[in-house]
Design a protein around this ligand. Structure first.
Ligand code: SF4
Length: 193
C-alpha cells in the first residue's frame, strides 16, 4: 500500500486529470442523481470511493477529500493529522518524526503538487480543519453536487439577466431587437421572483 501511495504522488499529474474527468462526469450526472435521490446513492458511491482511494492513496475516508490540494498525498496518513503543512519534526531525508520508516506526507505533498498543473497554488491555500461528522461519507458526491448547484445558480442568474435585458433593449431602441423573443424558461423564472 505504501508503495502505491508513493506511486500516486509520482504520477500526481495523471491522477489530477483523472480526478477532473470523474468530477465532470459526476456533475453531468447531477440531474440523474437528483431524480434517484442523493441519499439513496450515498452508500454505494461511498463504498466505491473507499475501495478505490484506499488502494491508491491509503485513504481514511475523512469525507473532505483534499488530495487535489495536497499533491495526491493524503494528509490523514500524517500521525498528527496535520492539514496545513508539516510539523517541526521532519527527519533528515524527509522522513516522518513519528514513523521514521515512512516519508512525511507533507514532503510527498509538495513533491506531488509540483508535478500537478494546479498543484502549487492549491497547496498554498489554507485548508479548514477536519469535520469529523463527515467521516465515511462520499467526498466525490458532495463536491460534485455542490459544483452542480453552483452551475445551476449561475445559469439561472444569466437567464434572469437576459430576461431583464430584452425588454430594456426594446425600450431603449425598438429596432435593435424587434424579433427577439425572451427564452420562455427565463421569463418564467423572472416572473416567479
Ligand atoms: S513528520 Fe510529517 S507526517 Fe510525520 S507527524 Fe510531522 S507532519 Fe505528520
Amino acid at each position: 500500500m505504501y508503495r502505491i501511495r508513493l506511486f500516486a504522488v509520482r504520477h500526481a499529474r495523471g491522477f489530477e486529470r483523472i480526478y477532473k474527468g470523474v468530477e465532470r462526469v459526476m456533475v453531468a450526472l447531477d440531474p440523474l442523481f437528483s431524480r434517484i435521490g442523493y441519499n439513496r446513492i450515498e452508500r454505494p458511491v461511498a463504498l466505491v470511493e473507499r475501495g478505490v482511494k484506499a488502494l491508491l492513496f491509503d485513504c481514511r475516508m475523512c469525507g473532505q477529500c483534499v488530495l487535489s490540494s495536497t499533491g495526491m498525498s493524503c494528509p490523514m496518513n500524517c500521525p498528527k493529522q496535520l492539514r496545513n503543512g508539516p510539523c517541526g519534526g521532519v527527519r533528515e531525508g524527509g522522513f516522518c518524526e513519528v514513523k521514521p520508516q515512512m516519508k512525511c506526507v507533507w514532503v510527498l505533498a509538495w513533491d506531488g503538487a509540483g508535478r500537478m498543473q494546479d498543484g502549487l497554488p492549491r497547496i498554498r491555500e489554507v485548508l479548514p480543519p477536519v469535520e469529523h461528522c463527515l467521516a465515511g461519507s462520499s467526498s466525490w458526491l458532495r463536491v460534485s453536487r455542490e459544483k452542480a448547484q453552483r452551475l445551476r445558480e449561475s445559469r439561472d442568474a444569466a437567464r434572469a439577466a437576459l430576461a431583464r435585458a430584452f425588454p430594456e433593449a426594446r425600450r431603449q431602441e425598438p429596432a435593435s431587437a424587434p424579433l427577439s423573443v425572451e427564452p420562455a424558461r427565463a421569463t418564467r423564472q423572472e416572473t416567479e421572483r
